[in-house]
Ligand binder design. Structure first.
Ligand SMILES: Cc1ncc(COP(=O)(O)O)c(C=O)c1O
Length: 367
């Protein structure tokens, strides 16, 4: 709605709508007077923090009077060693959301064409619109990203292409073969952003080692995060991997001290805690199998996932289902605002949470 300052706003900002996140647990508790609420809505790790990360966070508290290391030196060293890449191929930021903005600010000029899948993670259109890009959308097919369709849209004005693997909300991946064929046909004045927020969860043998393509010189920027399997969503830390020349340009657009001390310390402890990582993946796999089985028993179809969430085709008004589940203390994500009406996006929870979801569905569908 217009107010007395509306005339002062940049036209690009005027077109934006604020991000609508999954409903917080506290809000649902208050609104419906519930004690127990489970959240299967934002693809977080349901296991909570690793004990080693907790210790690192507590140890860091006494240093908070000091600014953080703007270069994330220790973390960068550890991650470069883990990924077997050089340190200058890494840039850490305030979540992958923050880095998506940095990439857009660094490379997109007003009027540049940017290609995104529709639907896909909303932040891509947000940052592209913020920079005044000319957005070109490729329809999902219906749960897969058809890269041939992207190639048909490429023009001499194209600056950037956003891909997601595993895709949010579909949970599907881009296979190595498809990525290779695609990258071979992309001119090197176009940047391909590959968002791999869920990459640790992937089980498929066909999933590419995207870092190999970066090492071979393809114009690829890979984004990963500590928000998902590493369970640090609340701390806001992600990283990008790219050719060192791309990294040095993007670093120019980064705010100073944009990754706080606690996030750096927690992330460093998190990558050293392989047991926690393995257990998180095990719990996710077990939850996935359980939910597949229970959904099949009820003849409910779903998209097989490579991530920690499942797109379930409920074939019904998912906004009503969302409200009904909220009343029972179960937060999921309705598919309609995510571009899949009739569906829900269900984050895989702990064994108990998954059972609670299935029991709630039984109660509602039995009514
Ligand atoms: C595909 C995808 N990319 C990025 C993000 C954001 O990650 P971060 O918490 O690192 O900003 C999410 C979060 O849900 C996501 O689904």
């Amino acid at each position: 709605m217009a107010n007395k300052y509306s005339r002062m706003i940049r036209e690009e900002i005027d077109t934006l709508s604020p991000y609508i996140p999954g409903k917080p647990i506290e809000e649902v508790q208050e609104e419906y007077g519930l004690e127990r609420v489970i959240k299967l809505a934002s693809n977080e790790n349901p296991l909570g923090l690793s004990e080693k990360v907790k210790k690192a966070v507590i140890n860091e508290l006494s240093t908070l009077n000091r600014y953080p290391d703007g270069d994330c030196r220790f973390l960068k060293r550890a991650m470069a060693g883990k990924l077997n890449i050089s340190e200058d191929m890494l840039l850490f930021g305030n979540g992958s959301d923050g880095l998506l903005k940095v990439i857009a600010e660094t490379f997109i000029n007003k009027g540049d064409e940017v290609i995104v899948f529709d639907p896909s993670f909303v932040e891509y259109t947000f940052v592209a619109n913020l920079m005044g890009a000319d957005l070109k959308r490729v329809k999902m097919n219906p749960y897969h990203q058809d890269l041939d369709k992207v190639l048909e849209l490429v023009s001499d004005k194209t600056k950037m292409i956003f891909l997601t693997s595993p895709h949010n909300p579909a949970g599907t991946i881009i296979t190595d073969r498809k990525l290779r064929v695609f990258l071979d046909r992309i001119p090197d004045n176009i940047l391909v952003i590959m968002d791999e927020a869920y990459y640790e969860y992937v089980q498929s043998d066909e999933y590419p080692d995207s870092l190999e393509y970066i090492k071979k010189g393809y114009p690829l920027i890979v984004l990963r995060t500590f928000s998902k399997v590493y369970a640090l969503a609340g701390l806001r830390i992600g990283y990008l991997i790219a050719d060192s020349e791309i990294v040095s340009l993007a670093a120019k657009a980064l705010d100073p001290f944009n990754v706080n001390r606690i996030a750096q310390a927690a992330a460093l402890a998190a990558i050293e805690d392989e047991e926690f990582l393995e257990n998180s993946i095990r719990v996710n796999e077990a939850g996935k199998e359980y939910l597949y089985r229970e959904l099949e028993k009820r003849n409910i179809s779903y998209v097989p996932t490579e991530a920690n969430f499942i797109l379930v085709n409920m074939e019904m008004d998912c906004m009503k289902l969302f409200e009904d589940l909220l009343r029972m203390g179960v937060i999921i994500r309705p598919g309609k605002p995510l571009g899949y009406p009739g569906h829900i996006r269900l984050s895989i929870g702990t064994e108990e949470e998954n059972k609670l979801f299935i029991n709630s569905i039984d109660k509602l569908l039995g009514e």
